[in-house]
Design a protein around this ligand. Structure first.
Ligand code: ADP
Ligand code: MG
Length: 338
């Protein structure tokens, strides 16, 4: 007998799921991004036991069409791109069509969804198998309840941290996503306790106050700058609110939470020019750039981003933040002198 095995569909799906769904927070991130893509203005997130027991997301977005509901849970099913060419002009958070199929294959997922025109539908999928689909009476939008995450992948379950640690990771992700979308009101409940509420005022500084504190809100300087192919805006913190870790450094590119060495280094270097302490700055940096000039397709969880012109990006971020800090600190100094 040969040595090569053909994997069953079930095994293959579980392996693929591992790339998208690393932990409960990845489920929350994918589902919240789907709600954003659906044009929701209100997103409710509830978790129990670090998301292992329950992850519940309710949005008031456009909903899923009756005829699409089953298909949404198939691998590579997406309404967001058609061909590889579309990858160069992505305006949505999702595009791989992998999240729902991955989540469905490693959990029990109940979905209820209603579009404006059609009746609501409900579907229950367990470990990738459809249990039933039926009519559901509800308002426009989508509800997803994920229970028993990784119940059929014990190895993955074992590797999870404590519920409180997983819950903290989820809170952090929801908080950061809420900052990128100040026009959407977010409500996060962890084990029955309200953890975060934002009001959709459209103002990022309001969200900074909800996510962090009044003190942080009162110690940030705004910056904004426009270049040929991209714009930058955001907030850099006074050293008063600097930290021993990078936990309060946040970068969004086209509203997507990303990691970028280039931007991080540029911002930290600008901060260091004025700092009297050797700590990490608070910042929220928003970059709006033509989608053609970035590559978001290099990581399954779409985290690390690549720019076409790194040197230009570095200079622009450094210059913008440096100027904002210089002017902001001068202003603060003047007020103190008076
Ligand atoms: P992707 O987001 O990459 O397209 P997903 O697996 O996350 O793939 O979702 C599959 C499809 O299901 C989406 O393209 C979208 O059409 C639909 N969908 C998922 N979540 C929602 C939601 N909350 N509201 C409306 N449609 C949704
Ligand atoms: Mg998605």
């Amino acid at each position: 007998m040969g040595k090569i095995n053909l994997l069953t569909k079930d095994t293959f799906n579980k392996i693929a799921a591992g790339e998208v769904v690393e932990r409960p927070a990845s489920v929350v991130k994918e589902l919240v991004e789907n709600s954003i893509d659906a044009g929701a203005t209100e997103i409710y997130v509830e978790i129990q036991s670090g998301g292992e027991e329950l992850i519940k997301i309710v949005d008031n977005g456009e909903g899923i069409l009756e005829e699409d509901l089953r298909n949404a849970f198939l691998p590579h099913a997406t309404s967001k791109i058609r061909t590889a060419d579309d990858l160069f002009s992505i305006h949505t958070m999702g595009f791989r069509g992998e999240a729902l199929s991955s989540i469905a294959s490693v959990s029990k997922i109940l979905t209820r969804s209603k579009t404006k025109e059609q009746d609501g539908r409900e579907i229950l999928i367990e470990g990738g198998e459809i249990r039933y689909e039926k009519y559901s009476s509800m308002d426009q939008g989508t509800l997803m309840e994920i229970r028993d995450l990784f119940y059929n992948v014990p190895a993955r379950k074992k590797f999870l941290k404590t519920p409180s640690r997983e819950g903290a990771i989820i809170s952090e992700i929801v908080s950061k996503i809420s900052m990128a979308h100040p026009s959407i009101s977010f409500f996060l409940v962890v084990d029955g306790k309200e953890m975060l509420r934002t009001y959709g005022t459209g103002n990022q500084k309001d969200v900074i106050r909800q996510v962090y504190s009044k003190k942080v809100h009162d110690h940030v300087f705004y910056f904004e700058n426009h270049f040929d192919s991209f714009s930058i805006f955001g907030f850099i913190g006074h050293e008063e609110i600097s930290r021993g870790s990078r936990a309060h450094e946040t970068i969004f590119v086209n509203k997507r939470l990303v990691q970028s060495k280039v931007i991080t280094t540029a911002a930290e270097k600008a901060f260091k020019s004025f700092a009297t302490v050797s700590r990490f700055p608070f910042f929220v940096i928003n970059i709006g750039i033509f989608p053609e000039l970035i590559d978001v397709n290099i990581h399954p969880q779409k985290a690390e981003i690549k720019f076409e012109d790194d040197a230009h990006m570095f200079k622009s971020v450094f210059g913008t933040i440096h100027q904002s800090l210089r002017e902001g600190l001068q202003e603060t100094f003047k007020i103190q002198e008076e």
